[in-house]
Design a protein around this ligand. Sequence first.
Ligand code: ADP
Length: 580
Amino acid sequence: MATPLPVADARETRVQAMAYLRRHRRGFILIVLTQTVAALCGLVGPFLLGRLVNDIGNGLTMHTVNILAGLLAAALILQSAFTFLTRRQSYILGEEVFAELRENFLGRLLELPLSVVERAGTGDLLARTTNDMDALAYTVRFAVPESLVAIVTLVVTIVAVIATLPVMGLVCLTGTPLLVLGTRWYLSRAPESYRRERASYATMSGTFSETADGARTVDALSLAERQKQRLRRDLAESYKWERRNLFLRCTWFPFVDAGLSLPVALSVFVGGLLCFSHHATVGQVTAVTLYVQQLGDPLDRLLSWLDELQIGTSALARLFGVALVADDRTPTGAVPEDEAITATDVTYAYREGHDVLRNVSVALTPGERLAIVGPSGAGKSTLGRLLAGIDGPRLGSVDVGDVPLTDLALNDLRGHVALVTQEHHLFIGSVRDNLILARPGADDAALLAALDAVDAKGWVLELPSGLDTEIGSIGHQLSPSQAQQLSLARLVLADPHTLVLDEATSLLDPRAARHLERSLSAVVDGRTVVAIAHRLHTAHDADRVAVVDGGQITELGTHDELIERNGSYAALWRSWRDEA
Ligand code: ADP
């Protein structure tokens, strides 16, 4: 069962988001400033219209009209220019913030403890790197800047209303309860309902394609009626959620419309009263009513982005959640005195209450080759992972020169011990790129020597461009055994003093595997090698053999000693030799 990665709670998400905001304070301030100017320019029209109305009563000259028209044109040009600046700045800022979010997220992802990644499974990580990132990209690039622009416009317009006729500020607020109530009602129901609608479409298209793909089977087993019924059920489900969503929108929209129109109607009414009681001029009321009407557009935009902001916030919570994973090692800065790796009374469980290793002790003598054999599921790979410091033991300790492996920073640790398993990955790039990862700066002679050590020099040189041949998922296709050889060559280049090989040659045929192991052991001469083996010749060639069974080391000694002891290793060896 996969254990999903954590999700940040609302408070943590807010704190983190605020930190981004602070880091990009200048950018945000710039947007607020340019948009304030743009919004002010947008208010010039109503203001001038108010003046015009007042002037009509006081005798209007053509000259005044010309001046007002000129001012209006100037304001419009200025507004366009500043709107352009705001847009430009907000897109740049959106990209910058998003790039930073993505970099931090990926950086953190790559630092995650391997055991956590394995437990979470690829689905969760993939969903966060793709779906959540995409959702967030849209929010950060569009929803956040557009909402900011709308908020600035709202504030500037309301300030203009209050500055012209203070009581009208209250009129502006009259729509708020309707907007808040309607929108809260809608937003608390809509996401789930839309999710159900999308899920019902997915189910329906599944049934459709299954019926079409399996048409012959449907026909042969007379399943037509059954499939029809399923489709009808799927359709009914989709219809139900579509109706529901339509109902939600049809209820929400009138609230929004009423919330936007009410202040406009009221400002005409209250304005009229103010005019009659000589508390305001007709021009002032005209200007204010137009301001109030202008509130509609930014309010409408803000409401339409709320959905998106909500989706973005939940994506953000999942991305920030990755940072909440606790480190599985705390480097203490201690420096190992020698290269001896020792496991002492190690007990380990993947799941609580299910120990897969119990009280295992083994001291590796520097330079020796230890083979680990035993039945499948006995705990061999687990022991290999602990000896390579990938996981820390639940009880007991695994040390290198008296320093627990999990007290070393990962980079240090890999200088001591490295693990190669059956699973290997080739990155998109040339053979050289893939090898040089293990030892940056290595020259071709070193790369070829490493390839030679794993019997791969011959075929690499025969590739179309030799070391420069592009490989990986889109380049030249290598066979699984060739890929395995390259990952072993990387190990040779990385040159740690202890190597743990977990079925690292399993993809090669037995003869090639044995040859490779021999050439490899010539190169890693003097290094400590732990080889988890399913082919017993590996054990035969090793200095010592450990038999792991039921989470414990049941036999430990040289090949000859164990044969002499006539225990389970001897039995294994006899049956293997008879087969071979
Ligand atoms: P071997 O290498 O000898 O085949 P393993 O070390 O792979 O054995 O597995 C030992 C036991 O631990 C098995 O019972 C296996 O099911 C269990 N196990 C291995 N990996 C995991 C894991 N990631 N999560 C839970 N249990 C695991």
